[in-house]
Write a protein that binds this ligand. Structure first.
Ligand code: GRF
Length: 200
C-alpha cells in the first residue's frame, strides 16, 4: 500500500507514521513526503528516515492548480494510493481532490465541526470548552469539512494553556493517525456519501 504524506511544518505526525511503518504496524509504505516549505523541520525528518521528498514553493508557480499538477505527476510516478495530510497548511484544489477522491485524509486538533481552520487549540481555549480533541476525516474541497473517520476526546484541564493542551492533543494524534492509516491499508474503511464505515 503506497502512501504519500503531505506536511508543512514540525512533522511530529509524519514521524509517528514513519515509526509505525518501521514497527510493522502501518501496513503500507510511505514512499514520499510532499512539502510546500523547503525550510520546514519535516524535510529533515524525511531525509533522516530515508523517505523521498518532493519539495516545492507555491510562489514558483502561476497558480495552485499548476503546482498541484506537479505534485499529482509525482504521486502518479510513485503509484500513491493514499494521501495523508499531516499539518499541510494549504487547501487542496480539485486537481488533487478529484484525482484522489476518497483517498485523502487529514488530522485536525479539535472535535470537528467545532473549531475548523487555523489555531483550533487556541480557539478551543478561547471559547472555554471543557472537552476538545482530535478528528481524522476525509478531505473534500472545504476547510476541515469532509466526512469524519475517527475522533478522540481530550479534556481541557483547569490550568491548561495553549502549550500544555497542545502537548496532550499531539500525543493523542500521534497514536490515532497511524492506527487510522492501518485501517485503510487493511481495506477496512468504506465511504458512502458522508457515512464512513470501519469494517471489523
Ligand atoms: C497537528 O496538530 C495537526 O492536527 C494539524 O497540524 C499539526 C501538525 O503537527 N493539522 P506536526 O507537523 O505533525 O507536528
Amino acid at each position: 500500500y503506497r502512501i504519500a504524506v503531505f506536511a508543512s511544518g514540525r512533522g511530529s505526525n509524519f514521524q509517528a507514521l514513519v515509526d509505525a511503518q518501521r514497527a510493522g504496524v502501518l501496513g503500507g509504505d510511505i514512499c514520499v513526503l510532499v512539502c510546500d516549505k523547503p525550510q520546514a523541520p519535516v524535510v529533515g525528518l524525511a531525509q533522516a528516515a530515508g523517505v523521498d521528498t518532493y519539495v516545492f514553493q507555491p510562489k514558483d508557480y502561476a497558480s495552485k492548480e499548476d503546482y498541484e499538477r506537479g505534485v499529482a505527476a509525482e504521486l502518479a510516478r510513485k503509484g500513491v494510493q493514499l494521501i495523508v495530510l499531516a499539518g499541510y497548511m494549504r487547501l487542496l484544489s480539485p486537481v488533487l481532490v478529484e484525482a484522489y477522491s476518497g483517498k485523502i485524509i487529514n488530522i485536525h486538533p479539535s472535535l470537528l465541526p467545532a473549531f475548523p481552520g487555523k489555531d483550533a487549540i487556541g480557539q478551543a481555549l478561547q471559547y472555554g470548552v471543557k472537552v476538545t480533541g482530535v478528528t481524522v476525516h476525509f478531505v473534500d474541497g472545504g476547510m476541515d469539512t469532509g466526512p469524519v473517520i475517527a475522533q478522540r476526546a481530550v479534556e481541557v484541564l483547569a490550568g491548561d494553556d495553549a502549550e500544555t493542551l497542545a502537548q496532550r492533543i499531539h500525543a493523542v494524534e500521534q497514536k490515532l493517525y497511524p492506527e487510522v492509516v492501518s485501517w485503510f491499508t487493511g481495506g477496512r474503511v468504506s465511504l458512502d456519501g458522508r457515512k464512513v464505515t470501519i469494517v471489523e
